[in-house]
Design a protein around this ligand. Structure first.
Ligand SMILES: CC(C)(COP(=O)(O)OP(=O)(O)OC[C@H]1O[C@@H](n2cnc3c(N)ncnc32)[C@H](O)[C@@H]1OP(=O)(O)O)[C@@H](O)C(=O)NCCC(=O)NCCS
Length: 328
């Protein structure tokens, strides 16, 4: 394998005594073993990816020959691996996610530091070729990591970016009665209603910390551009012709279940605490049932306890906390 695939200008010393090459899809089983060996040491509480899930994760990296690097010990066993993939459909920045692990008995030898420095160097190179005029943003997202890993991220200049709790409810649990006294009518997403959805998003989220102030085009591309987006299960709620709230849905398979993700929901500030979000969720869940969905997921900011309270009242339970570290 040509060294030129891995040699970028890395600001760290490559540990000696290892063989290096990019990952291939044939490594999915060995990488799943690496993840399984690290999980108990890192205190991971979520489900550990199996070989098939790892293959799906690697497929989204695109060109693995450029976007991944793996170290083998002298016995030819995988000692550490790192892979990166772009978040699609982000018009405002070129965001690359980095993931990687070092086998517990190969830790403390500079492998993690080297791989993270390599990922950054590769990311900067990819940004030049593929980022256009968008600024590069590197992200690491995870459910649980050891304090050693967090220290490594910090030493390499990554900083805490966000934390959100992923909540889930099964659809066979009864849907709570709604408490709203306003008469809501619902409209599904269509290109003709996109402008109205965006206006609601902009109004509902403007006062949230970190509001990105995206244009309508950037917001539409990021949230409604992918195959998972369900226009038929994305609702705008109105009262007497006034738009008051909205919710967007993606569907996908999660751990063998047909799952719906409420990827975003909001109510105009002056219409809050009238039961509108509760009624919107209840209406969505009735539609999910008809669409053969068995579980509903959503992510709520760790700094948004009011929304979390509403979701708990609607029968959602926190499953895990997802954290992102970032570096521009
Ligand atoms: C989170 C959000 C969607 C909630 O919308 P909402 O329409 O105010 O939600 P609801 O009215 O259904 O519920 C909110 C509270 O009002 C109460 N309420 C419901 N009906 C009511 C009524 N008729 N009279 C008085 N209070 C009522 C609910 O019991 C609930 O109280 P609780 O939180 O103490 O349990 C809204 O605050 C928002 O858009 N926030 C900004 C964007 C955001 O954070 N989105 C969520 C991201 S995950």
């Amino acid at each position: 394998m040509s060294e030129t695939f891995i040699d970028v200008d890395v600001q760290a010393t490559r540990p000696s005594g290892y063989g290096w090459r990019p990952l291939t899809l044939d490594d999915a089983g060995a990488l799943a073993d690496l993840l399984a060996a690290c999980a108990p040491v890192d205190g991971e509480t979520g489900p550990v990816m199996k070989t098939a899930d790892v293959a799906v994760a690697l497929a989204r990296c695109g060109d693995l020959a450029r976007n991944s690097l793996v170290a083998f010990d002298t016995d030819g066993r995988m000692a550490a691996a790192c892979w990166l993939w772009p978040r699609p459909r982000l018009l405002v920045e070129y965001r690359l996610y980095v993931d990687g692990r070092v086998y517990p008995d190969h830790r403390g030898r500079g492998l993690g530091r080297y791989l993270l420095a390599w990922a950054e160097a590769r990311g900067r190179e990819l940004a030049v070729h593929e980022g256009g005029d968008r600024p590069l943003v590197l992200r690491i997202d995870f459910y649980d990591r050891s304090p050693d890993a967090l220290r490594l991220f910090e030493r390499c200049g990554f900083r805490f970016a966000l934390a959100e709790d992923e909540m889930r409810r099964r659809l066979d649990d009864p849907i709570p009665p709604t408490s709203t006294r306003v008469a809501l009518s619902f409209t599904t997403w269509a290109s003709a209603t996109a402008e109205r959805f965006f206006a609601l998003y902009d109004d509902a989220f403007r006062t949230r910390p970190g509001f990105p102030n995206w244009s309508k085009e950037a917001w539409v591309a990021a949230f409604t551009g992918g195959d998972a987006f369900r226009p038929d299960l994305s609702l705008l709620a109105s009262v007497d012709g006034v738009d008051v709230g909205y919710a967007l849905t993606h569907t996908e398979e999660v751990a063998g279940e047909n799952a719906a993700w409420v990827v975003q929901m909001g109510v105009r500030p002056e219409w809050r605490r009238k039961g509108i979000a509760g009624a919107l969720l209840a209406s969505l869940m009735q539609r999910y049932l008809l669409a053969d969905v068995s579980a509903v997921w959503l992510g709520v900011g760790a700094d948004n306890p009011e929304a979390a309270k509403l979701y708990r009242r609607m029968g959602f339970e926190t499953v895990r906390r997802r954290v992102e570290y970032g570096k521009a």
